[in-house]
Design a protein around this ligand. Structure first.
Ligand code: ZN
Length: 288
């Protein structure tokens, strides 16, 4: 339960100004930030400040945690819950960050596997969400997600989607939904889309969704979440029904944000060109 002391602490966090350097990090590392309107950006910054302060962060394998690491991971994690009321990943206590896959301690992972039931396949991993435990992230992999933005790959979205999925006690690809109608819609749509992906992967067909999503329903939801936030317009075109149920669940429409942003940029370019043309005409006029 959220006691008065915790409430007071949270109020204090929110009263402090959000450091300018942190916002610069978000702008640099999370492409989605520029798509948000001012109010959404403000609410996201608030969530980030709380998340950073309330979670326990550990740099592992010799990694020294920096503001860049904590702010980047927090921003991506909080984007998922931006419009989910009373949602602050209560099932995430700690975030462990390793520098690279090569440094991950085999033994430790082995321990987690038996004790805490991780989801991902054994072997080199870029992240891991433990049902009764922490989130483990490999900073190299987070960096790849930043570098290859727009391809539907983001390890932070992926692992935190698993944690949302786990909040009802099972990692089965269905997070906590609002009502029975939403459950019915979710199950019907996701099973259909999952089967479609499975069939296409088995036949060796190219698929829009990353084929890792065919592993099981939990991975399907995590992979779908990556596409939803990192490649929204493409996803809406390729798998519109899956996009729709995710939009209902997250209460966000990233594809609309992406098209609005593109339209605004086009308009800006048109205005700049028009102003330039006018200035050129005037100069010509001066010479005549
Ligand atoms: Zn996964």
């Amino acid at each position: 339960m959220f006691g008065w002391l915790a409430k007071k602490r949270r109020r204090k966090i929110l009263e402090a100004p959000f450091p300018f350097e942190w916002e610069a990090i978000i702008r640099k590392n999370m492409a989605h930030y520029k798509l948000l309107d001012e109010d959404e950006q403000r609410r996201l910054r608030e969530r980030i400040a709380v998340f950073m302060a309330e979670k326990n962060w550990e740099g592992c394998g010799g990694l020294e945690l920096t503001d860049e690491i904590r702010v980047t991971i927090s921003a991506m994690a909080c984007l998922l819950i931006l419009n989910l009321p009373r949602q602050d990943y209560e099932n995430v206590e700690s975030i462990l960050v390793y520098p690279s896959e090569r440094i991950l301690p085999e033994q430790k992972i082995g321990f987690f596997e038996t004790a805490l039931a991780p989801l991902e396949t054994p072997g080199p991993i870029s992240g891991q969400a433990f049902e009764q435990g922490p989130i483990l992230l490999v900073w190299d992999a987070v960096h790849e997600s930043i570098r290859y933005t727009g391809y539907g790959y983001n390890v932070v979205y992926h692992e935190f989607a698993h944690k949302l999925d786990m909040q009802d006690g099972v990692a089965d690809g269905t997070p906590r939904l609002r009502d029975r109608a939403e459950y019915r819609d979710w199950v019907k749509t996701c099973s259909r889309e999952y089967k479609k992906l499975l069939k296409n992967v088995e036949r060796g067909k190219r698929t829009f969704l990353d084929e890792y999503g065919a592993k099981d329903e939990a991975e399907f939801f995590a992979v779908a979440t990556e596409h939803f936030f990192d490649q929204p317009l493409g996803m809406k075109r390729a798998v519109p029904e899956l996009y729709r149920v995710l939009k209902n669940f997250y209460r966000q429409d990233p594809a609309a944000r992406e098209s609005q942003y593109a339209a605004a940029r086009e308009e800006q370019t048109r205005k700049t060109e028009a102003a330039f043309a006018k200035a050129t005409d005037e100069k010509k006029g001066d010479r005549e």
